[in-house]
Design a protein around this ligand. Structure first.
Ligand code: BES
Ligand code: MN
Ligand code: ZN
Length: 499
């Protein structure tokens, strides 16, 4: 989709659909201007909608060049944050899909939010809300989604232009991550997934190196190898590098993504319904890391970032690892497996222990790690856990703010040491499952055992994949984490520039 910004007269904007966000308390001058320019039909619709949040009306103005005008209420201007604007834009995207409009315009609303943030939110909400995964549909309709999006801005033109461009890049990266999650498991075996990442690296200009099983054995990644044992396909370990010339950080920020391409549970087999049936999404952490790399490379963010993805599936094949197995991990620690379905922490532990070789400034991992996360926080907010090194409070605050601004929200959970007792093993250094209490936290405590640098863990089990659509997040893969990472890294690259 082509995105542009114009200051041409609104009346002349020749689009199939013109989307006009309106605040409840929009100044009379603004609404009367809209009526002047777009005609009396708009006046009646404005009276109906009155700017009420989540209310909208579609009108067919006789005088304007735009074929249709959609008014979308955003509530009180002072409360209209980026998320509210994304929601309004997503309402527009639904109408655009339904009416099969190819060209779409937006009137950039005059809100307390600055032009850049407004432009970005409009484009994100529209592109994310219009996302459809059609890859396996054999009956392709003639309509291939809107092709052109024009933002009409007056005073805020320059900001809107920057924001719109960033929104386009970010939304494209989120949608790419969604595609990876929605892909059939058979089309994303570890090897195929690695090929897709290599292709992405070539296209966006970051480096990718893929380790095969032999290299993984040489590195003694006992967790990744054990999880892979019941599988027909070998594991891979993917290393990604984005090192721009003027990076602000000497030591890299390392992003680790859980890449369980399919999680059957292994011999501790999952039931099908509402459990195994969506476990193709168990690589959503990996997909988020790939999407984030695409966006940071395209935006040319001046931060040195490394990505690590341990990738395998978890299956109960003949040679599968079993409860009781003691694993020798990359770090040298031993782990007693008591449930083969707690596999994510095993492959992440190896990646986290390997991450140390980078002497990282910070390591962030993203993982669909526990059902307990979904119980605790649901599907709108990810769980955030962090270790006490190097000002954890500042880290939590930076991530929460990036979450709030980007729409990928996170909420902190404690990692106090008494939770670790649940992981005491009779025979090894620790076991891979705790008791029934605080499952999201005990998984975090397990990971912390393998970490020796500033670190934050994001359990994205709920937000990564939806069973029913939410505004601008269709059913299925959501690409959760991409926007959060981009916002967080943008802030790191240039804290003054944030909007
Ligand atoms: N991939 C699952 C976690 C998951 C659950 C992701 C629901 C998305 C939605 C993970 O590998 C898993 O199976 N976790 C177990 C851990 C348990 C055996 C300690 C869980 O949460 O039940
Ligand atoms: Mn599992
Ligand atoms: Zn899993």
């Amino acid at each position: 989709m082509k995105v542009s910004v114009t200051t041409l007269a609104l009346r002349e904007l020749d689009v199939d659909l013109l989307i006009v966000p309106v605040a409840e308390d929009a100044p009379a001058a603004h609404t009367s201007h809209l009526i002047d320019v777009l005609g009396p039909e708009v006046e009646r619709a404005l009276a109906d909608v009155g700017g009420k949040k989540d209310d909208d009306a579609l009108v067919y103005p006789a005088e304007a060049r735009a074929k249709r005008v959609l008014l979308v209420g955003v509530g009180k201007a002072a409360d209209a944050d980026a998320e509210r604007v994304r929601h309004a834009a997503a309402t527009g995207a639904l109408v655009a899909q339904k009416r099969e409009t190819t060209t779409v315009g937006f009137v950039v609303p005059d809100l307390p939010l600055d032009g850049e943030a407004t432009g970005q939110a409009l484009v994100e909400g529209f592109s994310l809300g219009g996302y459809r995964f059609r890859r396996y549909k054999t009956a392709q309709g003639a309509f291939d989604g809107p092709q052109r999006l024009v933002l009409h801005a007056d005073a805020k033109e320059r900001g809107a232009r920057r924001g719109a461009e960033r929104g386009r890049v970010v939304a494209e990266a989120v949608n790419a991550a969604r595609d990876l999650v929605n892909l059939s498991p058979d089309d994303k075996t570890p090897t195929r997934f690695a090929k897709a990442v290599e292709k992405s690296g070539k296209r966006y200009g970051y480096e990718v190196s893929v380790w095969n099983e032999t290299l993984i054995e040489e590195e003694k990644m006992g967790g990744l190898l054990a999880v892979n044992r019941g599988s027909q396909e070998p594991p891979v370990f993917i290393e990604m590098t984005w090192k721009p010339e003027h990076a602000v950080n000497e030591k890299p920020i390392v992003l680790v993504g859980k890449g369980v391409m399919f999680d059957t549970g292994g011999l501790s087999l999952k039931p099908t319904k509402n459990a195994m049936d969506f476990m193709k999404a168990d690589m959503a952490g990996a997909a988020a890391v790939v999407g984030a790399f695409e966006a940071i490379a395209k935006l040319n963010l001046q931060v040195h970032v490394v990505g690590l993805i341990p990738a395998t599936d978890n299956r109960p094949g003949e040679n599968a690892y079993v409860p009781g197995d003691v694993l020798h991990m990359h770090s040298g620690a031993t782990v007693e497996v008591l449930n083969t379905d707690a596999e994510g922490r095993l492959i992440l532990a190896d990646a986290l222990s390997y991450a140390k070789t980078y002497r990282p400034e910070l390591v962030l991992d993203l993982a669909t790690l526990t059902g307990a996360q979904v119980v605790a926080l649901g599907s709108n907010v990810a769980a955030l856990m962090t270790n006490p090194r190097n000002d954890p409070a500042a880290r939590v605050q930076a991530l929460r703010e990036a979450g709030q601004r980007s729409g990928d929200r996170v909420h902190p959970l404690p990692l106090d040491d008494d939770y670790k007792e649940q992981l005491d093993s009779d025979v090894a250094d620790l076991k891979n499952v705790g008791g029934k209490e605080a499952g999201c936290i005990t998984a975090g405590k397990f990971l912390e055992h393998f970490v020796s640098y500033p670190w934050a863990h994001l359990d994205i089990a709920g937000p990564a994949f939806l069973q029913s659509a939410k505004p601008y997040r269709p059913k299925g893969g959501t690409g959760f984490g991409v926007r959060l990472l981009v916002e967080f890294l943008r802030d790191r690259a240039d804290p003054r520039k944030r909007s």
